[in-house]
Design a binder for this molecule. Structure first.
Ligand code: A2P
Length: 294
């Protein structure tokens, strides 16, 4: 299985509550220091126009450095960062958002997210601070991350500015139909983090078989499955320039309905890979037949 010899990069974007978001972005968790700079630079060179970071990743400076020296106009790149869940009081939130934008060396980001919900801080206070950050120009758009449906509904109702995205774990082992439906109902994108299941999905035999049929890599099959879903974006993490380019070279083939269904059917109850102690009560999955074929 080799990379396509003439990579065709995906130019796809999605539209969500006034935001235009490139469907494929680079995840940067654990890409720090020079490795982070190199990864972001490789992604921009390979055609990515969506870079995802967070205060918690401790790489905003590295991301900013890559952006500053890449030769791609700032306005052509969609940059997301996130405020950590210990910073959700209004004053803390404001300080954290300003510090993130400063570390990135930018005057604003394109999307600012609440990284995780925190039940110890009133959601109204956090969403108020998020809206203030948008109003004061620190970010073009706002959203949340790791919000289950009930909290997402509350956040949307509390927000005076439309939320454009909920960034959540989503990949073939994790049924996210409930969150997907809520995002669609609210006009929001679901941005998939850990789209490769942190690498766990790459050895799956069903993915492997479909990859062989298409003469593609397993990662490309999984990312293609995500790209073919309306309202879904994905931010695969890699710090390897060859894999970074390969993950984006997926616009020149399609999965048919049967292949989409086979991949969706891989969802399993223990499929979630991100399980920090502070996680909210997740929506329960019901693993009934496929949902991605139409
Ligand atoms: P690396 O950074 O060495 O490329 P996820 O985005 O689901 O969290 O997955 C990230 C993990 O998958 C990382 O360990 C990353 O390693 C690995 N990875 C990313 N792209 C590929 C690929 N095309 N082939 C194999 N592993 C990959």
């Amino acid at each position: 299985m080799t990379l396509s010899s003439t990579p065709v990069l995906s130019p796809d974007v999605l539209h969500a509550n006034g935001a235009t978001i490139p469907k494929l972005g680079l995840g940067t968790w654990q890409s720090t220091h020079d490795e982070g700079v190199r990864a972001v630079r490789a992604a921009l060179d390979a055609g990515y126009r969506h870079i995802d970071t967070a205060a918690r990743y401790e790489n905003e400076q590295a991301v900013g450095q890559a952006l500053a020296h890449c030769g791609v106009p700032r306005d052509d790149v969609f940059v997301t960062t996130k405020v950590w869940h210990t910073e959700l009081r209004a004053a803390d939130f404001r300080r954290a958002a300003e510090a993130s934008v400063a570390r990135l060396g930018l005057d604003h980001v394109d999307l600012l997210l609440v990284h995780w919900p925190n039940p110890e801080v009133p959601l109204a206070e956090t969403i108020g601070a998020l809206c203030d950050a948008q109003r004061s120009g620190l970010t073009r758009h706002i959203g949340v991350s790791n919000f289950p449906v009930a909290l997402l509904d509350q956040a949307a109702a509390l927000s005076s500015v439309p939320l454009v995205a909920n960034q959540c774990e989503y990949h073939p082992y994790l049924d996210q139909r409930k969150v997907l439906a809520a995002c669609a109902r609210l006009g929001m994108a679901l941005i998939s983090h850990s789209p490769l299941g942190s690498g766990k999905l790459l050895a799956d035999p069903v993915i492997g078989e479909i990859a062989r049929l298409h003469e593609r890599q397993p990662a490309q099959i999984i990312l293609r499955w995500l790209m073919q879903q309306p309202g879904v974006a994905a931010i695969p993490k890699s710090s390897n320039p060859v894999r970074i380019a390969g993950n984006a070279a997926i616009a020149d083939f399609t999965l048919d309905g049967g292949e989409m269904a086979k991949i969706s059917a891989l969802a399993r109850p223990d499929g979630r890979v991100s399980k920090p102690a502070w996680h909210p009560e997740w929506d329960t999955a019901d693993l009934s037949p496929d949902y991605t074929t139409q």
